[in-house]
Design a protein around this ligand. Sequence first.
Ligand code: NAD
Ligand code: IPM
Ligand code: MN
Length: 352
Amino acid sequence: MKIAVLPGDGIGPEVTREAVRVLEMLGLPGLTLFDGDVGGIAYKRHGQPLPEETLTIAHACDAVLFGAVGDPECDGLERKLRPEQAILGLRKHLGLFANLRPARVFAGLEHLSPLKPEIARTLDVMIVRELTGDIYFGDKGERAASDGSREGWDMMSYCETEVQRIARVAFRTARSRDCRVCSVDKANVLETSQVWRDTVKAAAGSHPDIELSHMYVDNAAMQIISNPAQFGVILTGNLFGDILSDLASAAVGSIGLLPSASMGDRATEFGRFGLYEPIHGSAPDIAGQGKANPMATILSAAMMLRHSFGREADAVRIETAVERALADGIRGGDLGGDHGTEEIGAAVRERL
Ligand code: NAD
Ligand code: IPM
Ligand code: MN
């Protein structure tokens, strides 16, 4: 079981360390870890946010455990040298078009959510976010506007084949839940979204067991907070999925709790190659202080065992340990507590 560990910047190394300790504790057969530099730290060491060597390591492994990238010192660099290009480049180079972001309020932990408990307890959604297209990867640039002022532009687009393959992932994912898929777009304004909606509708034709609905993204943002029970799987594009997943994390209680899995078509000896990362960033405001909540990264390691290594029982063990730690009052500052990163990691391992 070869895993590339790419900790990155800010709190990335702090939270990744705890997830690695959890993986090591499970006594997985043949577990071998390979470290690589990504993000601002890679730029500082190698002059590039995603060095060739790191890509080679990722390619040679069965899965990637990723921390976070982003460094305020690098925000002034030209875009292709910025830390964020590392994660975008990995997703693109590794063909990871499907991003699964589960957001669920654990039973008995409704009080962690800012929502009323009776609403919070109904939140259990899987956001299926397209990850290698949309305005993220279109042409972009800067030009002079007609009045001579600076004008920035970014091209948003989706083609049918990109939408078809992510829709199929959403439909398959919904089958292991309760078959409800809500496709979120902005078809009332955007041509990209009209093609998205038409394509999702057509793709649903060959999945008659799926109950498909459509919603505009502004309404979806409102509905996730006010009536989360209506959502099983949310199928959406790259930009909307990015925004809605941070929103959903706040409804759960903290961004420090949400894991993610990014998958493509590549098969490995064990199952399917994937990249696993918390949905949060490098949190420069708390980096280096031992305050970050590592649970999102630990839960990402659980998703790795489930989706890339076929080890459902181990995944559930990790998830249960996190849930118990929370139930026992273990909380980082993000949840109003004062447990540090290492303390939270140790508390989860004790409960494994
Ligand atoms: P962020 O997610 O890093 O932080 C947002 C807020 O949440 C901050 O107050 C932070 O302290 C808090 N937070 C985040 N994770 C936490 C955790 N595990 N425990 C406790 N608190 C936590 O978002 P941002 O501040 O907008 O971005 C910071 C940098 O991270 C930027 O450079 C951004 O581009 C980058 N970023 C990277 C990724 C990624 O690597 N996948 C994701 C998001 C943002
Ligand atoms: C995320 C992040 C990334 C994204 C950034 C850092 C490129 O916000 O993983 O959610 O926008 O996808
Ligand atoms: Mn994001």
